[in-house]
Design a protein around this ligand. Structure first.
Ligand code: FES
Ligand code: FES
Length: 151
């Protein structure tokens, strides 16, 4: 049995020996916001913040997260209000089918939390691990640029 904190709430789970953090979040803790696409660390749709680091949860062994603090996309919004990253993605057309959006929201939130005034290159580097099949990335970049200009 492992014990961890997810979005500020304590959780316990008994993951399988080879189970990923992504699987544990989605299938044992009922947090399905982190998306399961490639399961190989290639697409970023499963991004979460683990003890302050942005990680692909499909590449992390659930059993190794005992005692960890995790923030998922479910922990980004401010109650019923969208976060400023979520608002900006909506306003700038950075969301189409939305499958990649949770990963982008988590990655962009982590970027702005750790670097409040990122350059274009910082933004591109921070989001380089996140793949979107729909938007062409223009709306996503505009959203991050708008946030930077607002701050
Ligand atoms: S599902 Fe984890 S990186 Fe694609
Ligand atoms: S909005 Fe469809 S994959 Fe990004």
């Amino acid at each position: 049995m492992i014990h961890l904190t997810v979005n500020g709430d304590p959780h316990s789970a008994e993951p399988g020996p080879a189970e990923s953090l992504l699987s544990m979040l989605r299938n044992r803790l009922g947090l399905a916001g982190s998306k399961d696409a490639c399961e190989q660390g290639e697409c970023g749709s499963c991004s979460v913040i683990l003890d302050g680091e942005l990680v692909c949860s499909c590449l992390v062994l659930a059993a190794d997260t005992d005692g960890s603090e995790i923030r998922t996309v479910e922990g980004i919004a401010d109650g019923d209000d969208l976060s400023r990253v979520q608002e900006a993605l909506l306003a700038e057309g950075g969301v189409q089918c939305g499958f990649c959006t949770p990963g982008f929201v988590v990655a962009a939130t982590h970027l702005l939390d750790t670097n409040p005034d990122p350059s274009d290159d910082d933004v591109r580097e921070a989001l380089a691990g996140n793949i979107c099949r729909c938007t062409g990335y223009g709306g996503i970049m505009r959203a991050l640029t708008a946030l930077r200009e607002d701050s």
